[in-house]
Design a protein around this ligand. Structure first.
Ligand SMILES: [Zn+2]
Length: 431
C-alpha cells in the first residue's frame, strides 16, 4: 500500500520453486512490489547494504517454497463457535459472521496458506472479506469465492422441511427448476462471486440434479465469466457434471472408472478433499465411532474409494486439486489442516512429496483463477512465498499447522507471524 515498499531479497536456503524441479541452492530471490523480479544470482543493481531500500532475509539452512493454496476452505459457516455466542438457527447473522470470518482468515494466512478457494458460504460474507483483503483494509489470503450452493429438494444443505425451504442464513439455496437456477446464478454474479457452487446429494446415494439443470447453470455462469464447481460424490452426478461442462468436481468418491474417463475427456480437475474424511476417521478411532456425529464407517468407505480415485485419476491424466474442507465443522479448525491433504496424497494417492507440493501450489492456482500467475517461485509470478526451518520433501507433514514457518510473504508483503500465539486465540465454546 505504501509507495515506498522495500525490495525484499531472500538469500541462501534451499529452493523448492514448484516447477517440479528438485530442490536447489538459492542465491537470491528478489521481490519488488507484489511480484518476484528475479531468481538466481543477485542482480548487480541491488545493494544489500542499502537497508532503507532493501530488506534482506537470510534463509541459510532453511527451505523456501510458494505459499500453499487450499482449494477448499469455508470461512463463513459459523465456526469456530465462540463462548457466549448465541447458538441455533436464526441467531447467525451476516454482520457477526463477517467479523468472525475476517479473524479466521488471519489464522489461515499465518499457517502459510496465501490463497484459498471458498466453495460455498452464507450471504455474501466471503465476497466482503475477499474485497476487504484485496483493497487493503486488512491482511488475509487471496480469496476466490462462491456464494450459497445451488441445490434442489433432497440435495446436501436442504435441511429444513419443504414448507420452510432454505432460510436466508443457510449455505444452500433451493432452486427446483433450471429457470430458478439461472436466476440465482445472475443474482450471485451481481453480488460479486467468482464462481458458482452447485451441490448434488450429500453422500452420492442418488443423482439429484438433472443434467439439463447443470447445463443451464454452466451456460449462464460461463456467459457471465463465472466458473462452476459441483459437490458430487455420486457416480451419475459426476458423469453428468463432466458432460455438462462444469469447471471442476468436488469429491467424486463413488465415480466408476468409466465416469472418470468422462471426466478425463472433459479435461477438468477433481478436488477429492480427503482431509475431511480422514479427520472424521481419526476422531472415530480416538473417541469411539458411536461418539462421532458423522457416520464413521461410511466415511471410512469413502476414504478408501478416494484412494482409488486418486490413483486412477493420475493414470487418466486428470489433475487433482488440493483442498481440505477446513471451516466446515468445529473439528476442522483454521490454520491446522490446510496441508493435511498433501500428506494424504503422498500416503494414499501415489504422489511423491514434490508432486504433492506442486499440486498444492502451481496446479492449485487454477482453483483461485490465477493459473500461471501464482504458485511458483519464478520471475513475474505474484510474490507469495513461505520459508520453513524443516524440509517438506523429507517429511511432508512439516507443512501442517504453520509450526515450522519462519517467514510468510504474501503479495510481496512480509506478514507478522507473532499474533498467531495470542491475538488470534478466541475462546471456543464447548458444544
Ligand atoms: Zn466443503
Amino acid at each position: 500500500m505504501s509507495a515506498a515498499r522495500k525490495t525484499i531479497v531472500i538469500r541462501n536456503g534451499n529452493l523448492i520453486d514448484s516447477s517440479g524441479a528438485p530442490t536447489f541452492r538459492n542465491d537470491a530471490i528478489v521481490v519488488e512490489g507484489n511480484r518476484i523480479k528475479s531468481v538466481g544470482a543477485l542482480p548487480a543493481d541491488i545493494h544489500l547494504e542499502d537497508r532503507k531500500a532493501v530488506e534482506v532475509i537470510d534463509a541459510t539452512g532453511q527451505w523456501i517454497m510458494p505459499g500453499l493454496i487450499d482449494a477448499h476452505c469455508h470461512v463463513s459457516y459459523g465456526y469456530p463457535l465462540i463462548k457466549g455466542e448465541g447458538k441455533g438457527k436464526g441467531t447467525t447473522r451476516p454482520e457477526f459472521s463477517t467479523l468472525k470470518s475476517a479473524r479466521s482468515v488471519q489464522k489461515v494466512l499465518r499457517s502459510g496458506v496465501t490463497s484459498i478457494a471458498v466453495p460455498g458460504g452464507t450471504w455474501f460474507t466471503d465476497v466482503g472479506v475477499r474485497d476487504a483483503i484485496k483493497l487493503g483494509l486488512m491482511e488475509g489470503p487471496r480469496m476466490y469465492v462462491a456464494g450459497r450452493m445451488i441445490i434442489s429438494y433432497g440435495c446436501i444443505e436442504d435441511d429444513d422441511p419443504s414448507w420452510e425451504g432454505t432460510p436466508d442464513h443457510s449455505i444452500g439455496k433451493l432452486c427446483n427448476t433450471a429457470d430458478e437456477m439461472v436466476t440465482e446464478v445472475r443474482r450471485q454474479g451481481k453480488h460479486g462471486v467468482n464462481f458458482i457452487k452447485m451441490a448434488d446429494s450429500r453422500s452420492g446415494e442418488s443423482q439429484m440434479l438433472a443434467r439439463h439443470e447443470m447445463e443451464a447453470v454452466v451456460g449462464e455462469a460461463h456467459r457471465r465469466n463465472l466458473r462452476v464447481a459441483i459437490h458430487s460424490r455420486g457416480a451419475g452426478s459426476t458423469r453428468a457434471a463432466a458432460e455438462a461442462g462444469v469447471d471442476w468436481i468436488v469429491h467424486a468418491d463413488l465415480a466408476t472408472d468409466r465416469d472418470l474417463e468422462a471426466v478425463a475427456k472433459a479435461g477438468i480437475p477433481i478436488l477429492p478433499t480427503a482431509t475431511f474424511l480422514s479427520v472424521v476417521i481419526d476422531m472415530g478411532n480416538r473417541l469411539g465411532p458411536e461418539n462421532v456425529q458423522i457416520d464413521h464407517s461410511r466415511m471410512k468407505r469413502h476414504f478408501e474409494a478416494l484412494g482409488h480415485i486418486m490413483h486412477k485419476s493420475r493414470e487418466l491424466g486428470i489433475k487433482l486439486l488440493v483442498g481440505t474442507d477446513t471451516g466446515n465443522n468445529s473439528f476442522t479448525p483454521y490454520g491446522e489442516l490446510h496441508a493435511k491433504e498433501l500428506e494424504i496424497f503422498v500416503k494414499h494417492g501415489g504422489f511423491s512429496p514434490m508432486e504433492a507440493i506442486v499440486a498444492a501450489t502451481k496446479n492449485n492456482a487454477f482453483a483461485v483463477g490465477l493459473e500461471g500467475q501464482v504458485g511458483q517461485i519464478l520471475p513475474g509470478q505474484l510474490a507469495d512465498i513461505i520459508i520453513l526451518n524443516k524440509d517438506p520433501i523429507a517429511d511432508i507433514t512439516v507443512l501442517q499447522g504453520g509450526k515450522n514457518l519462519t517467514w510468510v510473504i504474501k503479495d510481496g508483503k512480509i506478514i507478522d507471524l507473532d499474533p498467531r500465539d495470542d491475538l488470534l486465540q478466541f475462546q471456543q465454546a464447548a458444544e
